[in-house]
Structure formats: structure tokens, C-alpha cells
Design a protein around this ligand. Structure first.
Ligand code: NAD
Length: 368
């Protein structure tokens, strides 16, 4: 068993705009090392299409082992049209799936925050989204995306049958629910658990296990249960009713995408994928912006680095126990937006057009 090295951060910039946005994160980590006397040890490696080009595989064993011993992985993005026609096992995205699966990163945290300076970027009315701050916790390694049996098989009459199996066990449900309850305690103390207990047995089990855990360990947190289809509707009708939403892999996939678009810009939203804590309290975790490699703007120096920088703020908070530093970094991002600095994706009239690296520099100057 490879031990996690405390404070070791592995940067995996990946493809497209990945290297551009992770370069800004690197500047910020170096700032914390220099100015706050923090001792982060940084390493950087290839992953995705660029790794395939050099080594013929989207992630080498060497990089994978480095990931295993790192306390924090900061990923940029992988993929792009150059690698679209590769066989399945060589595709850039396989590197991500391997990291998530082998590192057992079972809880995906996706905040959806609507910055007040950017309410107009949302397709919803300002009063519905202004001040929105919700956290979706999606189960990431179980459910229908992994259940067996699965496949496509021939049946009678020349027809075919596609099969996927939706399964959850008690421990798979309670470990992700525990993360949601713990997070809620640090926020507005409210959890909404979503499933389809009306039509699915696995959904009924989900509801019962979350309820039982709540009664045993988290009575101080307000818990409600909601059918996932109703949650999709409520997210559009009145998203501010939610604090933490916990749900399974399939529903979480959709609900988290829906919630992220309430805020209007892909370039602003971070995410975290967390594993279990071992007996020494160590946890593996990967942090990444929710956007992809944006090949249409790669190399132009105009990508928005804020999603990646806020992903690092999540790493400070959830992996490195540096809540105060996370607060400072998030505040610096707000201050820069208040000053009217904008990358092209969030540009509006009267604001200052800012490049990727100028945005990183401006955030650092606010940190000073
Ligand atoms: P995308 O998120 O890369 O881009 C969608 C749109 O948003 C584009 O117009 C892009 O220019 C813009 N955009 C995205 N991030 C931005 C940023 N930080 N600043 C400014 N504008 C930004 O999604 P896509 O176009 O569907 O996918 C492109 C490639 O990325 C595909 O190969 C896809 O497989 C891959 N992808 C990777 C990940 C990941 O690595 N986690 C996630 C999604 C997509």
C-alpha cells in the first residue's frame, strides 16, 4: 500500500487550456509557499492526450504511482479533437476514470455559487439566482455506471437488449451521506437527499440508509428527502431552498450539470473528488475545474483560470485543513471581480478585458 505524502501536490495540467489555467494555480501555490511559509511540495506530469502523444498511453504507471502518493491532485482538463478517434482504452478520458476508480474517489463535490457580480450571466432571473450557494455531493464510484451485469446481447426475433444494473450497498450510501452531513455542518446545516424511492428498490434503500444514519449520528442537521425528478424542477423554480444535495451517480451527473448552469459560466466552477480517510486520517483527493479542455480557445491566453483557482481553494479547505487560507483565496477572487476584471467568457459592458495570466496576477496581488 503506497502511503500518502503530506502536503504533496501533483499538478496534471492535461490538454487544451488545462496547462494555461493550471499555470495560474501553480503561481498561487508558489505564493503560499513564499509568503505564508507553507511547505507544499509540487510535482507536475503529463496526463490525457499529451501523455498519449509522448508515451502511447493516457496515463503512465509512473504518473499513476505519483498520484497514489500525493495528498492533492490538481487536474486541468483532458481531451480534444486530436484524440477523438483513438480506441476506447487509449482515449484521454480513460486517465481520469482510472484515477477516480483506482484512488476510490467516491464523493464528487460540486458547488454552484452565483457571484453577485455575475448574476446577469445566468439564464434565470437575477432574483432567483443572486446569492445562490449550493453544494451537490454526487456518489461517484457506484450505481448504474458500474453495476453488473451490463452489456448488449442478442435476443429472439433478431432484436438486441441493452443492460445496465443499478446497485447500491449500505456502506456505499452511508460513506457519501456522511460527507454530505459533515459538509452541511460547516454550511447552513441542511441536507436534501435525492433518489427515486417511489419506483426503484435501490432508491428506497438509499432513502432508508440516509435516514438511519441521520438518526444515529446527525440529528442536529436538518434532513429532507426529495424525489430526483422533483429536485430537477425545484432547482429551476427555487434553487436557494437548497444547501447540500446528496444523490447517487446517475442523478448526480445530471443534477450537478443543471445546477452549475444556474450560475452561467463554466469558467468559474470548481469541483473536488474525495476518497475515504484511512486510520491515520489521510485522504486521497483530486480537484479540477468542471469545464473541459476548450480546444476552441486553447493557446490564445484567454481562458478563465478562476474555476481552477477555486478548485485549489477547495483543496486548501478539504485536504490541507487550511480553511483560513481558502477564505483568503476566495475573497481575492471576489475582490478581482469587484474591480471589474473579466476574462472573455464573462465579459460585459464597461468591464476590463483580462487575459488568463493577468487574471492570475490580479488575484495574487489581492492576496498580498
Ligand atoms: P468545454 O468545457 O471544454 O468547453 C465548452 C465551452 O466553454 C467552449 O466554448 C469553451 O471555450 C468554453 N470554456 C470552457 N472552459 C472555459 C474557461 N475556463 N474559460 C473560458 N471559456 C471556457 O467542453 P467541450 O467543448 O464539450 O469539450 C472539449 C473537450 O474537453 C472534449 O474533448 C471533452 O471530452 C473534454 N472534456 C474534458 C473534461 C475533463 O477533463 N474533466 C470535462 C469535459 C469535457
Amino acid at each position: 500500500m503506497i502511503k500518502v505524502k503530506k502536503r504533496k501536490i501533483l499538478l496534471l495540467p492535461g490538454d487544451g487550456i488545462g496547462p494555461e489555467v493550471i499555470a495560474e494555480v501553480k503561481k498561487i501555490i508558489n505564493w503560499f509557499n513564499d509568503k505564508k511559509s507553507l511547505d507544499f511540495e509540487i510535482d507536475q506530469e503529463l496526463v490525457g492526450g499529451c501523455s498519449y502523444d509522448k508515451h502511447g498511453t493516457p496515463i503512465t504507471d509512473e504518473v499513476f504511482y505519483k498520484a497514489l502518493e500525493s495528498e492533492v491532485i490538481m487536474l486541468g482538463a483532458v481531451g480534444g479533437p486530436t484524440w477523438d478517434n483513438l480506441e476506447f482504452s487509449k482515449k484521454p478520458e480513460r486517465a481520469l476514470l482510472k484515477l477516480r476508480k483506482e484512488l476510490k474517489l467516491f464523493a464528487n463535490l460540486r458547488p454552484a455559487i452565483c457571484f453577485k457580480q455575475l448574476v446577469d450571466a445566468s439564464t434565470l432571473k437575477p432574483e432567483i439566482v443572486s446569492g445562490l450557494d449550493i453544494m451537490i455531493v454526487r456518489e461517484l464510484t457506484g450505481g448504474i455506471y458500474f453495476g453488473e451485469p451490463r452489456g448488449i446481447k442478442p435476443i429472439e426475433n433478431g432484436e438486441r437488449k441493452g443492460i445496465n444494473t443499478h446497485t447500491y450497498t449500505t456502506s456505499e450510501i452511508t460513506r457519501v451521506a456522511r460527507i454530505a452531513f459533515d459538509l452541511a455542518r460547516k454550511r447552513s446545516n441542511k441536507v436534501t437527499s435525492c433518489e427515486k424511492s417511489n419506483v426503484m428498490e435501490a432508491g428506497q434503500l438509499w432513502k432508508e440508509e440516509v435516514q438511519e444514519l441521520h438518526e444515529k449520528e446527525y440529528k442536529d442537521v436538518e434532513l429532507s428527502h426529495m424525489l430526483a425528478d422533483n429536485c430537477a424542477m425545484q432547482l429551476l423554480r427555487n434553487p436557494k431552498q437548497f444547501d447540500v444535495i446528496v444523490t447517487d451517480n446517475l442523478f448526480g451527473d445530471m443534477l450537478s450539470d443543471q445546477a452549475s448552469m444556474l450560475t452561467g459560466s463554466l469558467g468559474l466552477l470548481p469541483s473536488a473528488s474525495l476518497g475515504a480517510k484511512n486510520k491515520d486520517g489521510e485522504m486521497r483527493a483530486m480537484y479540477e475545474p468542471i469545464h473541459g479542455s476548450a480546444p476552441d480557445i486553447a493557446g490564445k491566453g484567454i481562458a478563465n483560470p478562476i474555476a481552477s483557482i477555486l478548485s485549489f481553494a477547495m483543496a486548501l479547505r478539504y485536504s490541507l485543513d487550511l480553511d483560513k487560507e481558502a477564505d483568503i483565496l476566495e475573497k481575492a477572487v471576489q475582490d478581482v471581480l469587484n474591480d471589474g476584471l473579466r476574462t472573455k467568457d464573462i465579459m460585459s459592458e464597461g468591464m476590463k478585458d483580462t487575459s488568463t495570466s493577468a487574471m492570475g496576477d490580479a488575484i495574487i496581488s489581492k492576496l498580498q
